[in-house]
Design a protein around this ligand. Structure first.
Ligand code: APR
Length: 245
């Protein structure tokens, strides 16, 4: 009897602020929430930047500088291990704007909400790596314009990056893993349902607490990401070591 070839399930990971929390990057909606003291409209909308660019620059300058004080954690490293060892399709979509996944070695990674360590010029549209502070007097190295650079962050009311690639991946995903995201900010909040509608049978949540109250997830692993993600990665890899005899 012919043995059917084993096809590795296609994996998509979606991460949020909880993935980097144990590295010391504050989450958005936790007790130490980043928005504490700031209304979202003050710092995370195009209107805020138009009205008070110095204030918005200062907010992101502090966050960019804080990246120098943090390191990837065991959850970032476990996801990279999976990326390297998984024999099939793998994609990590992150809402995080830190660079901890890359520093752990990630390559199959999409930053749907932009990156703190990048700047974008509103005049020439060039996106460039940016390590230092941005000021309203900073000149664009590409076109020479002054005051035209902004953090390359997707603000409320703006279109997230890589939507076409993400929707394509959700069409065919077999296992969707959501790590450390509260699931309240769209479009990412709708990805689990979208994947389910396209036939994704295994939808796993890793979080300190359950957000899947409406049954979106088929499996929940409740606990800190640094403990739960390495365990999950181990289990996923073990599930695919069985070879046809
Ligand atoms: N391990 C696992 N989960 C954790 C941990 C941890 N150590 N710490 C916190 N969490 C969970 C929280 O329970 C919460 O569900 O991570 C989630 C963080 O939620 P949010 O702060 O809302 O972050 P996120 O879902 O990434 O926010 C989405 O909102 O403001 C925007 O653009 C911003 O990308 C961000 C988007």
């Amino acid at each position: 009897m012919a043995v059917p070839a084993l096809v590795p399930p296609r994996l998509v990971f979606l991460s949020g602020a909880g993935l980097s929390a144990e590295s010391g990057v504050p989450t958005f909606r936790g007790a130490d929430g980043l928005w504490e003291g700031h209304r979202i409209e003050e710092v995370a909308t195009p209107e805020a930047f138009q009205g008070h660019p110095e204030f918005v620059h200062r907010f992101y300058n502090l966050r960019r500088a804080a990246l120098k004080m943090v390191e990837p954690n065991a959850a970032h490293r476990a996801i990279v291990r999976l990326e390297r060892e998984w024999p099939g399709a793998f994609l990590h979509i992150t809402q995080n704007v830190d660079d901890l996944n890359e520093r752990a070695g990630a390559t199959r990674l999409l930053h749907m909400h932009g990156e703190l360590r990048k700047a974008r010029c509103l005049a020439c549209r060039v996106v460039m790596r940016w390590e230092d502070d941005l000021e309203i007097t900073t000149s664009c190295p590409s076109c020479g314009g002054t005051g035209t650079l902004r953090p390359d962050i997707v603000w409320f009311g703006e279109m997230p990056y890589y939507i076409d690639e993400i929707l394509r991946a959700l069409e065919t995903v077999d296992v969707l893993v959501c790590i450390g995201t509260s699931g309240v900010v769209y479009p990412a909040a709708g990805f689990v349902r979208m994947a389910e509608q396209k036939g994704c049978q295994k939808r796993i949540e890793v979080n300190l607490q359950s957000t899947g109250v409406d049954g979106r997830f088929t499996e929940q692993r409740l606990g800190p990401a640094t403990q739960e993600v390495p365990r999950l990665v181990e289990a996923l890899l073990a599930s695919f070591t069985a070879k046809p005899s």
